[in-house]
Design a protein around this ligand. Sequence first.
Ligand SMILES: *[C@@H]1O[C@H](CO)[C@@H](O)[C@H](O)[C@H]1NC(C)=O
Ligand SMILES: *[C@@H]1O[C@H](CO)[C@@H](O)[C@H](O)[C@H]1NC(C)=O
Length: 229
Amino acid sequence: MPIRKPRISKVSINFIVFGVFLSCFPGCILSATVTLDSIVIYDTHEFIKGVKPIVYFTCQGENKTVFPDVKEKNVPYEFKGEESWQPLTEFSSKKCKRCGLYEKDTFKSDDKYDEWELCPSDFNSSDGKYVRFKSKEFNATFSCPNCLPAASPDSKSATAAPKEEKKNGWHIALVILIVVVILVACIVGGVLAYKFWQKKKREQDQARFLKLFEDGDDIEEELGLDHEI
Ligand SMILES: *[C@@H]1O[C@H](CO)[C@@H](O)[C@H](O)[C@H]1NC(C)=O
Ligand SMILES: *[C@@H]1O[C@H](CO)[C@@H](O)[C@H](O)[C@H]1NC(C)=O
């Protein structure tokens, strides 16, 4: 039967497509934690001498992370990234977050060291680090090793937008490829089914024709007999 073989290959093509689809996921979904490597504060925003600042980091809509050790000006603090208050935040996509460093105040609104858009693509150095420096305020080094695959080395200076577009284009190409493969499989299957049906029909026609021919012979014989009489 010629129809069996194509049916098996159609299934295997679908499996290959599904496999390609699955293997894409680790790259498509980003889950990366951001930790603080080191920090120096140049200002405490405290008017009363001797009052220790409460420095914290937060991203919009997330919990505040207080740095319990950071109390002195011009002293570099180093961290391993495993401290009880780490990590600072987590990226679940390539989207940036509005984050900042602040200094807590009891009697007035908190002082702002800095507030900026923190993006996975900022961690584009080979060791996944990002240095944020603000004159007379602070110098902080953040670390996000898992942000690295998202930030391609060929577009270090580019913003996140074109990268997103590139990824989207790749997704569209994959969807088109899947559609084309399925379409081709359907067409091949359809053509083979039609060929099979045609063959069956031809055989049936042939059988009917032979039967008709035999019947015709009978009639001719009968006619011949009539003529002789
Ligand atoms: C924020 O903190 C609260 C209590 O400390 C906790 O229940 C909650 O899960 C935290 N939310 C996030 C987004 O970490
Ligand atoms: C900020 O800190 C990093 C890491 O400690 C250091 O490499 C860099 O030179 C510092 N930048 C300034 C302007 O102090």
